[in-house]
Every structure is written in structure tokens, then in C-alpha cells.
Design a protein around this ligand. Structure first.
Ligand SMILES: [Mg+2]
Length: 441
């Protein structure tokens, strides 16, 4: 494989302790203090982020609040505010883009930029320009680490190695020596399962990984993904096909008190409303709705993973994007569920799929004038108007039918890797940036 020692073509930017830094950014009282961010106000839940001050004193993400407090008695705990982080994320993107365009948002605190030769030639001056722009717009606690390299994978690895607040330009010609001490499990995409496979193939360290032939990598990964990984590692881009959006959906695990048919219906309607709002942010229409439920997995001592029972229903309709049509389909599915299901659901999921772009739909000329089509257009307007009101006054401001807080809260508002929720995904009226939610423990 040809080693690429010329200009860096990718810049990877990763914020340090993002949720904790965000809380410190919005509340000066928290700056310089060991801060833990938890999802719920309970000493038993793990910290989803800890500030650099806590990391220096030995704390790791995921440690339950109570254990963290035992190590650091003056630790301050706050409850996560996903909507605030998402708003901050968007402001951050705008600031980064004043220096260099973003190619992909990889998570709420990680982005990758494709560099032009003129940008690559600036080297670390470019990284510093981004950092300067950020510090002019945000407080100094909101730091990031930047890696520049031939490929996204190498740039990410470089950024990771210089945390917090680092900037590094990785020259491919320094490999594999430069990363020789990197543990294989620290590489993105190498989880516990892949580590076992690599070890079985005799690959135990970075140099061993580096020395693999493309064919071997493909065999170990069991797919072309292995070859892609190796290629990126050696400094050659291995682009993936753009994955097309195939569905909009949500699912929820139901606590015991949410398993009655009425509660299941309430939950399913809220999941649907959130999926529909996300669909309407695109120019797509859905023509299928799937409602699925699973029983809770029953664990016996002999068989660890007893198969859960499942039930699934799919409804079809004219390509739509309005709550009225979707709601009708869901009602049908729920009716079938009430008649057919023989187990108490432990989880429920609702998916809108069978997606078509607006332009792809070939309706006939007369159908467009029919009262059905006019009805649909009217319902679409109603849905659009409701979306707009929700975005202004919080999504609880109005809803079709009753609305009880669903288990886990924040329908659709979870920040998962790879999907940043939109402000409209959040259930409650927006939290004020400066309104820190201190924990009671
Ligand atoms: Mg980060």
C-alpha cells in the first residue's frame, strides 16, 4: 500500500468532556470544579460525563454518582439537559464553519472536515484558527482536541491521543511507530468481539494490525469493512456509500405500570407523533406503518436468554406526511393488537417506512382534484402548523388526544451516536441555558 506523506486531507475535531464542559460553560460556578453529569437525579445512575477536573482525580465516565462521591467528596452533580446540548452543538457548528466547512457530524461533539490542499498546507495554524474562533464565541472551558491526517480514521486517532485541548498533525510516514503503543481496543470499530477475532488471528498489537494484508483483514472482519479499515489506517480514503434514510421510528421499554392496553396506546401515539415530526423535516412521505411489541425476556437460571414473544403488524396507506393519516393507521394496528395479542408487552415500537420523495409520487391528475387529496392537503397543513407551534412553545404545548409523560421521557430526544435530535424532538418546553439542574444527592 502506498503511504501518503503529503498534506493532511481530513481534520477531526472532538470536544473534551462535552456535556460536563457545556454545563461549566453555561454556569461559571461549575468551572474549575469536578462535575458529574447524570441522566437522572439519582446517586445510583452512572455519570454520562465527568469534567476534566474529575478525570484528573481519577474518575471515569459511567461511574455511579455514589461511588464518584466516595472518591471526590466535593463532586458537584447535575442532571443532563439534552436540549441545551443540542442547541450548543448547533451554535458550535456555525462557528467551526466560519473557518472550514464541516463534511460530516459524527456525534454531538465530534465533526470531520475535508480539507482543500490550501487548507491542509496551513497545518496546525488551521487548527489554531478553529480554536481561536471557538474561544471568541464561547468560554475557555469549552475546549476541543483536533487531529489532522490523511484520513478520517487517522485524524480521529490523532485527536484522541492529545486530549484535552490538543492539536496534532499526524504524518503517515511516522506509522506504525507513532501509534505502536495504542491498544487495539482503543481503535474505533474494534470492540470486544473484534478483539477476540483479531487475537485469534494472531494480531495482538498495533504493529500486527498494521502488517495485515487486505485479504486477511477482510477475512477477520468477515466483510469488506476490514479492508476499508486497513486502507484508512494506511492513509487512503475508503468512502462508504451514503446510507439512505429508510425509516423513521421509535421504541420504548415499558415499565410494569405501562403495560395495560390504554397505556400502550398512549405510548405508541407519542412515539408516532415524534417519528412523524422527524419525517416532516424531510421532503419524504411514508406509505407504511409498522407497530411491533415484544414481551419481556424471561430469564431462567438454565437458559440465560429465553426467546421473547413478539407481535408485529404492518399497515399500508397512500404516501402521507400528516398526523391524521398516520394516526388512523396506528388505530387500526392497535385494534388488531387488542384482539390478537396474547402477552403483556414489555416494549413497543412504531415505525414509519415505505418512504418516497415528494417528487417521486405519481398521482393521477384527477386524483389531485379529488376530495381525498384535498382532505390530505388540509391535514398536512394542520400538521405543519402544529409542528411550528410546538417548535415555538415546546412540544407539550399541543397534541392530538391525551398526553401523559412516557417512560424514559424525551421521546426521540436521546442523544445517540450518529443521530443528533432536533429541537422539535424534545418533549418539554426548552430549558434555559443557564438553568443548571443540580442533583439532590
Ligand atoms: Mg468528546
Amino acid at each position: 500500500m502506498v503511504q501518503n506523506t503529503c498534506l493532511p486531507e481530513r481534520l477531526y475535531l472532538d470536544f473534551d468532556s462535552f456535556f460536563a464542559s457545556a454545563e461549566q460553560h453555561f454556569n461559571p460556578f461549575l468551572r474549575g470544579k469536578p462535575v458529574g453529569v447524570v441522566a437522572l437525579d439519582s446517586a445510583h445512575t452512572g455519570c454520562i460525563a465527568v469534567s476534566r477536573e474529575a478525570k484528573i482525580r481519577g474518575l471515569k465516565t459511567n461511574m455511579p454518582g455514589r461511588e464518584a462521591r466516595a472518591i471526590i467528596p466535593d463532586m458537584v452533580f447535575v442532571v443532563a439537559r439534552p436540549d441545551v446540548y443540542v442547541r450548543l452543538h448547533k451554535r458550535i457548528l456555525r462557528v467551526i464553519e466560519t473557518v472550514v466547512p464541516i463534511q460530516h457530524v459524527r456525534s454531538i461533539d465530534e465533526v470531520v472536515c475535508e480539507l482543500l490542499p490550501s487548507e491542509g498546507r496551513q497545518g496546525l495554524v488551521l487548527a489554531q484558527r478553529i480554536k481561536d474562533a471557538l474561544s471568541q464565541n464561547f468560554s475557555p472551558v469549552l475546549t476541543c482536541s483536533i487531529g489532522m491526517a490523511a484520513t478520517e480514521l487517522l485524524a480521529k486517532l490523532a485527536a484522541e491521543r492529545h486530549k484535552p485541548n490538543g492539536a496534532v498533525l499526524l504524518d503517515t510516514s511516522t506509522l506504525p511507530a507513532y501509534l505502536a503503543d495504542l491498544k487495539l481496543g482503543k481503535l474505533p470499530g474494534i470492540g470486544a468481539g473484534m478483539l477476540v477475532r483479531l487475537n485469534a488471528a494472531g494480531v495482538r498489537d498495533f504493529e500486527g494490525l498494521w502488517a495485515l494484508a487486505p485479504k486477511q483483514a477482510r477475512a477477520i472482519w468477515g466483510s469488506v469493512e476490514g479492508e476499508r479499515f486497513l486502507q484508512e489506517l494506511h492513509g487512503t480514503h475508503a468512502p462508504r456509500d451514503q446510507t439512505q434514510k429508510r425509516m423513521f421510528g421509535h421504541s420504548r421499554v415499558l415499565p410494569r405500570e405501562w403495560r395495560s392496553p390504554d397505556k400502550v396506546e398512549d405510548c405508541a401515539r407519542q412515539l408516532l407523533a415524534s417519528a412523524a415530526r422527524r419525517l416532516r423535516r424531510t421532503d419524504l412521505r411514508a406509505s407504511k406503518l409498522t407497530l411491533a411489541m415484544r414481551s419481556q425476556r424471561i430469564r431462567s437460571t438454565r437458559e440465560k436468554n429465553t426467546q421473547a414473544q413478539s407481535w408485529i403488524w404492518e399497515g399500508q396507506f397512500q404516501p402521507s406526511r400528516d398526523d391524521h393519516n398516520f394516526g388512523r393507521a396506528l388505530s387500526k394496528g392497535l385494534g388488531v393488537a387488542r384482539a390478537q395479542m396474547r402477552f403483556a408487552p414489555g416494549s413497543v415500537s412504531v415505525m414509519l417506512h415505505g418512504l418516497e420523495a415528494k417528487g417521486d409520487i405519481t398521482g393521477d391528475l384527477f386524483a389531485a382534484l379529488s376530495s381525498d387529496a384535498q382532505d390530505q392537503a388540509r391535514w398536512e397543513n394542520v400538521s405543519n402548523m402544529m409542528d411550528e407551534l410546538r417548535s415555538r412553545f415546546g412540544s407539550k404545548a399541543l397534541s392530538l388526544g391525551k398526553h401523559e409523560k412516557v417512560p424514559g421521557g424525551f421521546v426521540g430526544g436521546k442523544i445517540a451516536f450518529g443521530r443528533i435530535p432536533e429541537a422539535e424532538d424534545f418533549e418539554d418546553a426548552p430549558s434555559e441555558d443557564g438553568d443548571t439542574h443540580f442533583c439532590s444527592f
